[in-house]
Design a binder for this molecule. Structure first.
Ligand code: ADP
Ligand code: MG
Length: 232
């Protein structure tokens, strides 16, 4: 099977005084459709850098980022933005919802700005909010939702563009254990249902069994990937 996300020998360097810091050092990673990969490792080890490069938000210093078979190396910024909109969903720790918008509006504002007709977008937004368990909260604004519900809106929003790759950075960092588990279960569900290649950064090893495999990042090096079993 062709990987949906394929990082080939990726190195990312930042200037660091008179030398350089390797945030990513010769990283290889392949994630297939419907695969849920989790990434752990100490703070500063390069986990967010890996997501940023995979999202094409940051260009690597060397190596290839191939998304859905397309090598992104030669693309200009406009082409990268288009590819990102079409193929990549990004979910960060903080949902960053707009305070004045309803749940449905949080999802369709992107399409609205892209000039798409709003009726189909509205329909898709309602369906996705239903998938994430918020079918009864379509018209609620962020302050009327719990932290877990806001993260669900965030996840539904990331799915609006039908992404092939889903990149998730510490989605449960602001949530208690029970809500965290339900968010990771939901990410498992959407990975299966929408066949996304999902990468989740997490510090919470309790939830690894919901994913397919895990690897540890240390000083920019990605360790060997280990399969993890389904939860009991
Ligand atoms: P993690 O997500 O595992 O905590 P990061 O990917 O955020 O790690 O950071 C990896 C390393 O790269 C750290 O040493 C961090 O200080 C450095 N770094 C991250 N972003 C930048 C940047 N924009 N400029 C310079 N150094 C950065
Ligand atoms: Mg980070």
């Amino acid at each position: 099977m062709n990987p949906v996300l394929n990082l080939v020998n990726v190195t990312l360097e930042y200037p660091d005084g008179e030398s350089t810091l390797k945030a990513l050092d010769s990283v290889h990673l392949r994630v297939d459709a419907g695969e849920f990969f989790s990434l752990v490792g100490p703070s500063g080890s390069g986990k967010s850098s890996l997501l940023a490069v995979a999202a094409t938000l940051v260009r690597p210093s060397s190596g290839l980022v191939i998304i859905d078979g397309e090598d992104t190396t030669g693309l200009n910024d406009t082409e990268l933005t288009a590819l990102r909109r079409e193929k990549v969903g990004i979910i960060f720790q903080q949902p960053n919802l707009l305070p004045s918008l309803t749940a449905v509006e949080q999802l369709i504002i992107g399409d609205h700005l892209r000039g798409k007709p709003s009726a189909p977008a509205r329909k898709r937004a309602s369906e996705l909010l239903d998938v994430v368990g918020l079918g009864a909260s379509l018209s609620k604004r962020p302050h009327q939702l719990s932290g877990g519900q806001r993260q669900r809106v965030n996840i539904a929003r990331a799915l609006m563009g039908r992404p092939r790759v889903l990149l998730v950075d510490e989605p449960t960092a602001a949530l208690d254990h029970e809500r965290s588990e339900s968010i990771v279960r939901l990410l498992r569900q959407v990975t299966d249902e929408f066949a996304t290649a999902t990468v989740m950064v997490t510090h919470d090893t309790d939830f690894l069994p919901f994913t397919d495999s895990v690897a540890t990042m240390r000083d920019g090096h990605l360790g060997l990937r280990t399969p993890v079993g389904p939860p009991n």
